[in-house]
Design a protein around this ligand. Structure first.
Ligand code: ATP
Length: 214
């Protein structure tokens, strides 16, 4: 029998954009997850504290995903104090979903930074890890030595996600569009630019209503 697979998509989402949404859609198509949980970081450990509050960033995620029945906003990191460590989120989700396959999603840039993450070697004890190629990154994926024996080709990875609760790494070479929150924030600082192909209209309207990123 196939195991239920839940995608976990953490990020600063400052703001959420069409690259994030395309990544989630590609993962849904590839892994047949029952849901993807978007988890905005309250205090991202590796970035300077975002000027836009976690509440605003979560509200934008909610707007961006509201029409999609398989996408869920998970605010668990907003309820915690201190840096938003992914390992703590996974611990919580594993308690909540003891029998399900959990798959942590991340872009290639995040994967290369993984050794700077708190208790990163323990991640695979809680979940699978799916790394997605990032079009604006020229370099190829370099696997961390600790992961070489856990890496499987994408077809085998999809099968493992339906059979095991955790423990494998896969790589999706399909790229979401080369959009970044950094680029969007820079563009928003110069009013008058058309960003409608980079983020959902509902998110753009929210940004304008609340005078964010000026
Ligand atoms: P910033 O430009 O502020 O660093 P970002 O666009 O990378 O932000 P995040 O919210 O930090 O957005 O990203 C969350 C996750 O989504 C990260 O793992 C990141 O690698 C991945 N990601 C974001 N945009 C893309 C994209 N266009 N293609 C592939 N992965 C992406």
């Amino acid at each position: 029998m196939k195991m239920e697979c839940i995608g976990i998509f953490g990020g600063t989402f400052n703001p959420i954009h069409n690259g994030h949404l395309a990544l989630a859609q590609t993962v849904l198509d590839t892994l047949h997850c029952t849901q993807i949980r978007f988890v905005p970081a309250a205090l991202p450990p590796h970035k300077t504290a975002p000027a836009v509050t976690a509440q605003h960033r979560a509200a934008m995620v909610k707007l961006a995903i509201q029409a999609h029945p398989q996408y869920v906003l998970d605010s668990c990191e907003l309820d915690r104090q201190g840096p938003s460590y992914t390992i703590e989120t996974l611990h919580l989700l594993r308690q909540r979903f003891p029998e399900q396959s959990l798959c942590l999603l991340m872009g290639q840039d995040s994967y290369q930074q993984l050794p700077t993450w708190h208790r990163w070697q323990e991640l695979l004890e809680y979940c699978h890890l799916l790394v997605v190629h990032r079009a604006d990154l020229a370099s190829r994926l370099v696997l961390h030595a600790e992961h070489t024996e856990k890496f499987v080709a994408i077809e085998a990875f999809a099968s493992q996600c339906a059979a095991a609760t955790h423990g494998f790494i896969g790589y999706l070479p399909e790229s979401p569009p080369a959009i970044s929150s950094t680029g969007i924030r820079a563009a928003l600082a110069h009013p008058g630019q058309n960003l409608s192909d980079q983020l959902p209209v509902s998110v753009l309207q929210y940004i304008q209503q609340h005078h964010l990123y000026l």
